[in-house]
Design a protein around this ligand. Structure first.
Ligand code: KMH
Ligand code: ZN
Length: 271
């Protein structure tokens, strides 16, 4: 069996002062994604930063980053429409106009650490409808059981096409905690025939990623989800995290999906 490996190199929260290897410029992000591709990643989940390292939904920066990546490797691009807590929803949703293969869709507003992650119901519906129109595959990020129910309401309204693609995000302060019991409970509640991965934030990253693989999920790795390779040891870039996840999958007798297999397993739209 093949598993899809996603790299999430940057994220919305950390800065270089937290980990000097965090890629933030388009050039740094493209280089990090290329290395991750060589280590087995076939999807790149992207957050962009401006020249002051602040999260941005600037279309020029996003376009440039996507182009630089495409020059280096054929990895599938998944733009984050989460962008960053300080960026208004109405700016974030415009990223879809660049027509990446995939983009995230966060179904609910929630507390997010000390901040607020704003995803208002009318905005989420508008974004889901526009993604369907432009044939951008949504990656549905669910942080708690109620988010799963919210996604299924969007599905019932005809705003989402099958197969649904979920990320179960555990470990955000404001969402469900990163525990094996929560992961199993969320997996049991997923609709059948969906594809999914665990996004385990922080300390439990390695353990929960392993459990997710054992339960039949895909996997994600990168500095967005943890800045550390292990307790007290900062990861020296994204590649060590991606390589370790690839190794974890192989040790479970799973093979790493190629670019073509990823296209098929995730039912990605043509470009
Ligand atoms: N870092 C995730 C927990 C998204 O990309 O759409 C939240 C996030 C959402 O970044
Ligand atoms: Zn993200």
């Amino acid at each position: 069996m093949s598993v899809v490996l996603t790299v999430a190199p940057t994220g919305p929260i950390a800065f270089k002062s937290d980990n000097q290897f965090l890629p933030t410029s388009p050039e740094e992000i493209a280089a990090a994604v290329h290395e991750a591709y060589l280590a087995g990643a076939t999807v790149a989940h992207l957050h962009l930063r401006d020249e002051n390292e602040k999260p941005t939904a600037d279309l020029g920066i996003a376009r440039r980053t996507m182009d630089l990546i495409a020059e280096r490797c054929p990895i599938h691009i998944q733009l984050s429409t989460g962008v960053g807590l300080s960026v208004p929803f109405e700016e974030r949703e415009k990223l879809i106009e660049l027509r990446p293969r995939m983009a995230t869709l966060n179904p609910c507003t929630m507390s997010f650490g000390q901040g607020e992650f704003r995803n208002p119901p009318d905005g989420v519906r508008r974004l889901a409808a526009r993604m369907r129109e432009l044939d951008v595959k949504p990656e549905l990020e669910v942080y708690d059981t109620g988010h799963l129910d919210a996604v299924m309401r969007l599905y019932d309204e005809g705003l989402l096409a099958e197969p649904l693609q979920f990320s179960i995000v555990l470990g955000v302060a404001g969402g469900a905690a990163a525990t094996p019991a929560n992961l199993v409970m969320m997996v049991e509640r997923l609709p059948k025939d969906c594809v999914w991965q665990i996004i385990a934030i922080g300390r439990a990253n390695l353990t929960l990623t392993g459990i997710g693989l054992a339960l039949g999920g895909n996997a994600r790795a990168g500095l967005e989800d943890t800045l550390y390779l292990r307790k007290g040891e900062l990861a020296q870039g994204n590649t060590p995290l991606v390589a370790r996840t690839a190794e974890l999958a192989r040790s479970l007798d799973l093979s790493i999906a190629s670019i073509e297999e990823t296209e098929r397993l995730l039912c990605l739209p043509n470009r």
